[in-house]
Design a protein around this ligand. Structure first.
Ligand SMILES: NC(=O)C1=CN([C@@H]2O[C@H](COP(=O)(O)OP(=O)(O)OC[C@H]3O[C@@H](n4cnc5c(N)ncnc54)[C@H](OP(=O)(O)O)[C@@H]3O)[C@@H](O)[C@H]2O)C=CC1
Ligand SMILES: O=C1O[C@H](COP(=O)(O)O)[C@@H](O)[C@H](O)[C@H]1O
Length: 574
């Protein structure tokens, strides 16, 4: 079923007018500033005596700016003060699961850390009837304080909740968005207004909302930005249609396509690890790397989301976006700078260099019911919102290749599945054998066991570890495998911010580096669409695997075909 984007007319009404775009020239570069009025002032004056630099969150004074001190520590926006502007964040679909689970808690965390500007308001918008008080009561149940900073938590929550309001309306009603505009203006009280809309709604109503919000509730004095949640279409065509429709009302600069995996701490760390350590970058190619594995698994099924999931499946839900984005970041050439456009340019080159995906390099699976310890775990098709004869994959494994000089012949194996034995996301880099290894005979017959492996464990228990070979202490010459382990909880006994916190803050600051540009999206769909179409046209039956298992055995055959063993099932880490 193709996603239809209604109200996508052919007339172009991009907003805001260029006079409202927040372009400034800083250090000779064009920057998009989060607030127009005071920023230029800030460039020339150090108001507090602190040494501030204009920087994007990646540390460079480029396309977008954020507020950091010289060490890269993000400075509280509230501390900088901005009396003449107001930030309004409207969460469209505020009554929904994602809003409750992630967006309101992330906004509260930003408030708690003093990362929101002095004047801000949060509006929930949805069809459900709710008063401001009822919204506050709903979201208060999901707010938590950082374990390491829980003092004044109750007060902070109360302060945050007083900034939260609700407006009930239809998603396609310009009139209702005009009412919202009136309420936003009232809170803005004549200050310069910056408005962020978060589309936390099903995709078939994205365009309606963007049309109504752009025509009736966009800022006329500051910036207007829209965060769009995935799915961005379900194939090349529908994604292109969505982009075209959105661009009737928004410029590309205003669209923030979110992939929350890019906001995860360990994914952010991937580039740091590679580009700031001499020991890794020289090894980052086919010369030393045998294969790369991108693994996502969840130990629960699609419970509650079967209706959505059945129209998308695991390839669209996880591989085409989260895992492919990580692959692009992993494999890109060194960008010219840390500027968003430079990074996204390099990612696009990787995506455009991918070898077309073949059906024979893909394995699909679907979980079936299983009983364990007296408990019955339902199969995918036991969900009443899923058709009994569904062949939608809940598991997929694929071998991908990048046709460029750096990665020629190196398999990038992806694996994603629901209802597996564990919840984890990781990047595994398996290195080649040591040539002419002096200690070959000490390893026994299985040389693969002695190769180095670098693991970035994205979640849970964030860690970076490197498997090395070492001598067991003693008089003999026995070799052992050990981990050089950077375990985040031990090194940084501080709660790691949720991905949504980082991404919301970036959108507020106009930093686009962790958001998907439309050409990246096109390239991602170009890669996956033919294969998805083939799977669906041929109605390829998924291999069934029991709920809570390690997935279909087909995934092992696929890896073996490319001379690879899944690192997560090696016995050492499984
Ligand atoms: N939940 C999650 O973990 C994730 C969600 N996403 C994406 O984020 C977006 C929001 O997700 P989620 O909160 O789970 O979605 P929900 O299904 O909970 O929908 C959000 C809100 O949209 C309104 N809504 C739901 N269905 C319809 C419909 N058919 N027509 C009009 N309005 C509808 C409802 O509000 P009301 O009836 O009050 O108007 C609902 O509360 C989706 O695009 C989803 O794909 C992405 C990653 C993870
Ligand atoms: O985008 C999605 O991600 C979640 C997993 O996110 P995580 O941050 O909890 O790992 C997944 O459950 C969902 O199906 C998918 O749409």
């Amino acid at each position: 079923m193709a996603t239809q984007y209604s109200h996508c007319s052919s007339s172009s009404t991009a907003f805001p007018p260029s006079s409202f775009k927040n372009e400034r020239y800083v250090y000779g570069k064009s920057v998009t500033v989060p607030t127009r009025a005071y920023f230029a002032r800030w460039v020339s004056h150090d108001h507090s005596g602190k040494h501030f630099e204009l920087k994007s969150s990646n540390g460079h004074p480029l396309n977008a700016v954020s507020f950091e001190d010289a060490s890269g520590q993000r400075l509280p926006l509230s501390e900088l003060g901005e009396p003449d502007s107001n930030l309004s964040i409207t969460i469209v679909g505020a009554s929904g699961d994602l809003a409750k689970k992630k967006i309101f808690p992330a906004l509260f965390a930003l408030f708690y850390e003093d990362c929101l500007p002095e004047n801000f308001t949060v509006f929930g918008y949805a069809r459900s009837k709710m008063t401001d008080e009822e919204l506050r009561s709903m979201i208060s149940k999901t707010l938590t304080c950082r374990i390491d900073k829980s003092e004044n938590c109750g007060d902070k929550m109360d302060q945050f909740l007083t900034r939260c309001f609700y407006h009930s309306g239809q998603y396609n009603s310009e009139e209702h968005f005009l009412e919202l505009d009136g309420k936003l203006e009232e809170k803005e009280a004549g200050r310069l207004s910056n408005r962020l809309f978060y589309l936390s709604i099903p995709p078939n109503i994205f365009v309606d909302v963007v049309r109504c919000a752009s025509l009736k509730a966009s800022s006329t004095t500051g910036w207007t930005r829209v965060i769009v949640e995935k799915p961005f279409g379900r194939d090349f065509e529908s994604s292109g249609q969505l982009t075209r429709c959105l661009k009737q009302y928004l410029t590309e600069d205003q669209i923030f396509r979110i992939d929350h995996y890019l906001g995860k701490e360990l994914v952010e760390n991937l580039s740091v690890l590679r580009f700031s350590n001499l020991v890794f970058e020289p090894l980052w190619s086919r010369n030393y790397i045998r294969n790369v594995q991108l693994i996502f698994s969840e130990d629960f099924g699609t419970e509650g989301r079967g209706g959505y999931f059945d129209n998308y499946g695991i390839i669209r839900d996880i591989m085409q976006n989260h895992l492919l984005q990580i692959l692009a970041l992993f494999a890109m050439e060194t960008p010219v700078s840390l500027d968003a456009e430079d990074i996204r340019n390099e990612k696009v080159k990787v995506l455009k260099s991918m070898r077309p995906l073949l059906l024979e390099d893909m394995v699909v699976g679907q979980y079936k019911g299983h009983s364990r310890g007296g408990k019955l775990y339902p199969g995918y098709t036991d969900d009443p919102t899923v058709p009994k004869n569904s062949v939608t994959p809940t598991f997929a494994a694929a071998a991908l290749f990048i046709n460029n000089a750096r990665w020629d012949g190196v398999p990038f194996l992806m694996k994603a599945g629901k209802a597996l034995h564990t919840k984890r996301a990781e990047i595994r880099v398996q290195f080649r054998h040591v040539p002419g290894n002096l200690y070959k005979r000490n390893f026994g017959t299985d040389l693969d066991k002695a190769t180095n492996e670098l693991v970035l464990r994205v979640q849970p228990d964030e860690a970076v570890y490197l498997k090395i070979n070492n001598k067991v202490p003693g008089l003999g010459m026995r070799l052992d495998r050990s981990d050089l382990n950077l375990l985040y909880s031990a090194r940084y006994p501080k709660e790691i911010p949720d991905a949504y916190e980082r991404l919301l803050l970036d959108a507020i600051e106009g930093e686009r580096r962790l958001f998907i540009r439309s050409d990246e999206l096109d390239a991602a769909w170009t890669l996956f669409t033919p294969l998805l179409k083939e799977l669906e046209d041929k109605k390829i039956a998924p291999e069934l695997y029991p709920y809570g298992s390690r997935g279909p055995v087909g995934a092992h055959y696929l890896a073996a075909k490319h001379n690879v063993r899944w690192g997560d099932l090696s016995g050492e880490d499984s």
